[in-house]
Write a protein that binds this ligand. Structure first.
Ligand SMILES: NC(=O)c1ccc[n+]([C@@H]2O[C@H](COP(=O)([O-])OP(=O)(O)OC[C@H]3O[C@@H](n4cnc5c(N)ncnc54)[C@H](O)[C@@H]3O)[C@@H](O)[C@H]2O)c1
Length: 317
């Protein structure tokens, strides 16, 4: 089966960006959202993301124009999926909403369509109609997916093996970095590691052991450069595995107790300091608009990605 027509359900943070990813990969895309305002904003956001990619030299204007021409928006879910080879589900992370959306996809999509959910934490498989189980899987992306290449591809209990292989090949063909999971591992790899990091960083702040700025200095100037160049397991090889064994034996690190919350997060959220979109989180963003901040972040991510590609080329020597 060749995947040419893609229906994307949900046009929020992930959905509009996934429309661009699939269009850049050469697919025709129909994007749908239940909220008209979100849908109306999507083309502008997609154009802005495209402009960032062109500015950074990731793609040229001809590629950008070709991708933009492949995307259309529709207020009718059935229209988005009626001719789809692949349906990407990117609606809010709520089981009841996803259940309704899977039922609507089941009603309108061709019987042979693949359904890929972008869920972060839910086991979506019990929410999917029985007849669709064999061609449903999770394809979980990281924001912004038109820059970050990792995509977790996870099978449900009944997902056909060839569907998993086909989706892995599709995204590899897009130039992405799919990781295949034969069964659902909660949090996949990267989100699981990120969850452990979140727990420890917030514990250090809650306990008054470190500030947010200290933690970011340690991450950026200590951890990040080594992780970016080697990954984590190869870094262990370079350090010597006996160091890792000694570290485990000495128990210098005790995992934080899971309290189900963080005092500093509760305080900041109550104060409305919820992050970049609010102008303030752990840092104060002054007068900078969220659009400018995200654009600047994207530009830095693309520069780093380009540089990492040159390192990978050296690796293969
Ligand atoms: N934001 C991230 O960084 C991120 C990363 C990876 C995966 N995800 C996952 O992707 C999914 C979407 O997340 P998001 O961050 O884009 O959320 P979002 O809130 O930005 O967008 C979700 C969209 O779903 C729409 N929606 C709700 N009910 C709908 C329905 N019945 N039919 C059609 N559209 C409907 C909403 O109007 C909204 O625009 C979630 O499952 C989330 O866990 C998010």
């Amino acid at each position: 089966m060749t995947i040419q027509q893609v229906g994307i359900i949900g046009a929020g943070t992930m959905g509009h960006a996934l429309a661009l990813v699939h269009a850049l990969g050469g697919c025709r895309v129909r994007l749908h959202d239940a909220n008209d305002e979100v849908l109306a904003k999507a083309p502008g956001l997609i154009k802005a993301a495209c402009a960032s990619l062109v500015e950074a030299g990731e793609i040229d204007q001809t590629q950008a124009d070709a991708a933009l021409a492949q995307i259309s928006c529709t207020a009718a879910l059935a229209e988005a999926v009626s001719e789809a080879d692949l349906v990407v589900e990117a609606v809010v992370e709520q089981a009841d909403v996803k259940t309704r959306v899977f039922a609507a996809i089941d009603q309108a999509a061709p019987a042979g369509a693949i359904i890929a959910s972008n869920t972060s934490y839910l086991d979506i498989f019990p929410l999917v109609p029985a007849a669709r189980q064999a061609r449903t899987l999770i394809a979980h992306w990281y924001t912004p997916p038109y820059i970050i290449d990792l995509v977790d591809i996870a099978a449900g209990p009944e997902t056909a093996a060839d569907v998993l292989v086909e989706m892995e090949a599709l995204y590899r063909g897009f130039g992405k970095q799919p990781i295949r999971f034969e069964r659902l591992i909660p949090g996949y790899i990267a989100n699981r590691l990120q969850a452990a990091l979140n727990l420890e960083c917030l514990r250090m702040i809650d306990e008054g052991w470190a500030t947010a700025v200290d933690i970011d200095r340690a991450v950026r100037h200590g951890l990040a450069s080594r992780l970016a160049t080697l990954g984590h397991m190869k870094k262990m090889d370079y350090t010597d595995l006996r160091m890792s064994q000694n570290g485990l034996a000495s128990r210098m690190y005790t995992p934080p107790e899971h309290k189900g919350g963080s005092a500093v997060l509760a305080r900041m959220i109550a104060d409305g300091h919820t992050g970049v979109r609010a102008g303030r989180g752990f840092y104060d963003y002054g007068d900078a608009t969220p659009e400018d901040l995200f654009k600047a972040r994207d530009a830095k991510l693309i520069k780093l990605k380009h540089f990492m590609k040159t390192l990978e080329e050296e690796d293969s020597l």
